[in-house]
Design a protein around this ligand. Sequence first.
Ligand code: AMP
Ligand code: MG
Length: 495
Amino acid sequence: MEMMTAASQSRPNFGWRFDNSYARLPTSFYSRLKPVPVRKPEIVVFNQALARSLGLDAEALESDEGAAMLAGNRLPEGAEPLAQAYAGHQFGYFTMLGDGRAILLGEQITPTDERFDIQFKGSGRTPFSRRGDGRAALGPMLREYIISEAMHALRIPTTRSLAVATTGEPVLREKILQGAILTRVAASHIRVGTFAYFAAKGDIEGLRTLADYTIERHFPELAAEDNPCLSLLRAVMERQALLVARWMLVGFVHGVMNTDNMSLCGETIDYGPCAFMDGYDPKTVFSSIDQHGRYAYGNQPRIAQWNLARFADTLLPLLDDDRETAVSRAEEVIAAFSESFSRHWLTGMRAKLGLFSQEPEDETLVQTLLDLMQRARADFTNTFRELSFEPLPDAPVFRDPGFSEWFERWQARMERQPEAREACRRRMRAHNPAVIPRNHRVEEALEAAVERGDYRVMERLIEVLSRPYEDPPPHDEYHLPPPPTALPYVTYCGT
Ligand code: AMP
Ligand code: MG
């Protein structure tokens, strides 16, 4: 097992090139420990393209030795594994958390000198596990793989998935499930909750070190500003405004926007109970534990702003020596979120409607369409896509008495811009996906994989989702909404 094969000798270290800047931070930031070895590692999905872009030897990694590595049994050379400390507001309530079932191996330096965290999820207990077993079940890890890669293909900033390996060990949930480990790739895992951790301990030095580290890693241009921490708050606010606008534009419901799940670099992180909305309704909620709809589709901008306010709270001691000055500066930035979000959202909506220019009435034009869609419970993804079809397909929303009036307004609006209709249609097709990870399709793929060990359904789905803006081939049914069912789709803070 431990002997080097000829193949791995010719490709030393699988292409891993780790730096460990997080491990060089003070020891209060983490706890050093190794993944807990598992019984029988086996790779069940592997992201060849991502592996190559990270500078990894994809062929060598997709082997027994690679499986041992991607399940944590054998550490790559240069890795300095650790579990990160953080805190977070979960459904509004503050808790000290930390990586309870994740291990950061280190930061992979790519051939183009970019830096990405390589993290295992489900790799065993850590000092932050509390009552958890540190493990993850196969279904939820495959689900994260599918949806995070779909988000990437939709051009939405996100953590990515390099591989899922099964452990050969059971995990006990409501029933016995197969254990698995996901290898997550992220620009970093610094969260609003990481700052909250130091703020809660009253560790101002720790906060300052973390702020400096975050600026150096993600916003190096801010280091020279008069007030780098205030600039950091503004930059993070801008990235979140853009991110949440992108979610809204594809009907994505994150489902668990706790502050420990808000990444400072502006990537979507933590694919637990997330799902895509079918019929348009701002109140859409999928998560079984989100009883009051705190994280409903339409609430996401407001919650992002709330989370940013919690981030601002942690930064106060660094913003100004005078508390009142610090508060008023932070408030100004947080208040600017609404305007920033609306700007990104409207820009995206204009693109979805094939508009190049800007007119003051555009927002009402979009809102009227959304109201019509809500009344008809029209499929969010397909309605936008179909607006670029000629003639329009026969769908209830297009038969609504109010629709023809809206349509006239939209046509007239397009007439007032110089671009040809074909250019408008191309713009629409580039901004309205034909396929999204439909819940019933994801479930179907997971069932085949988990219940029958058949990964072909999932591989096909991943393939289709990697080209979301291409017109589906005839008779391809990946773009269809689910058949009507009696029960709403429910997701679980999947573990
Ligand atoms: P999440 O809802 O995935 O953001 O997780 C919230 C917190 O619970 C994080 O600190 C996780 O590390 C921890 N956690 C979730 N599942 C487990 C588990 N099975 N074992 C230990 N910790 C867990
Ligand atoms: Mg989390």
